[in-house]
Design a protein around this ligand. Structure first.
Ligand code: HEC
Length: 226
């Protein structure tokens, strides 16, 4: 009993000892088995992450467009139902002459000579009120304001030999349009307003030229009425 026990004991120990030597190699074998079952990290790429990246970018782009269109300019007014709405304007802005601004500019730029009442100064500065020069074809007055006028002219039966400088050269297109529109509608004058685009086009066409002579401007744009 004791013997078998001891032999048992011995065999256990010996088997234990025996396995001790091979356990390392078995472990390595088992490990390599396990490792074999794992997928090798593949080279190249899988299309799935690419698709996700594209979807993500697409979403980001869509979100940007959505916010640009619908964020109401990130204005707090967006959530105020009583706030005045910005009307989405379609097409180019149409210039509307501002006669109040035109009058102010006229006082600053023209009234020293033509007077605030547009009647001018007899013998020196011709009148604009009731004059046919500012009326009719608006190119005549726009050109006179932009480039000036020098020589003998007749206005409402009176002769003037004067020299008007190129006032408009120092003003922008909208300012000239406002002054000219004012002159064409003040003191009983009755002609349509002009636009800044018209002034711009004429300014471009005539360039930085010198003053007009009466003959040159009247040949191009004869007075419609005397
Ligand atoms: C420095 C004085 C002076 C200023 C400033 C002046 N003008 Fe004149 N303007 C004259 C004179 C002088 C004539 C006449 C020129 C001539 O005899 O050839 C004249 C002529 C005119 C004429 C054509 C004749 C008529 O009476 O209809 C118009 C139109 C006119 N001016 C508009 C203006 C406007 C608009 C302004 C302001 C932007 C202005 N002028 C500023 C001196 C001036």
């Amino acid at each position: 009993m004791t013997d078998s026990h001891s032999s048992n004991n011995h065999s256990q120990r010996s088997s234990h000892e025996g396995s001790e030597g091979s356990s390392d190699s078995r472990l390595v074998e088992a490990h390599s088995q396990l490792a074999k079952n794992k997928e090798e990290p593949s080279e190249g790429f899988s299309s799935l992450p690419i698709v996700i990246v594209f979807l993500f970018c697409g979403f980001g782009f869509w979100a940007g467009v959505y916010l640009t269109r619908n964020a109401g300019g990130f204005s707090a007014n967006t959530f105020d139902l009583d706030a005045p709405r910005l009307v989405a304007d379609s097409g180019p802005k149409v210039f509307e002459a501002d006669l109040a601004k035109g009058e102010k500019l006229f006082i600053q730029q023209c009234a020293a000579c033509h007077q605030a009442n547009g009647l001018g100064v007899p013998g020196a500065f011709p009148p604009l009120a009731g004059s046919p020069w500012p009326l009719g074809n608006d190119e005549r007055i726009i050109k006179i304001v932009l480039a000036g006028l020098a020589g003998e002219i007749e206005v409402k039966g009176a002769k003037y030999v004067g020299n008007m400088p190129n006032i408009g050269a120092g003003l922008n297109d909208a300012q000239v349009a406002n002054i000219v529109s004012y002159v064409r509608s003040a003191w009983g004058n009755n002609a349509e307003a002009v636009t800044d685009v018209k002034v711009k086009d004429i300014r471009k066409a005539i360039g930085g030229r010198g003053q007009y002579s009466p003959k040159e401007i009247l040949d191009a744009h004869p007075l419609e009425t005397k």
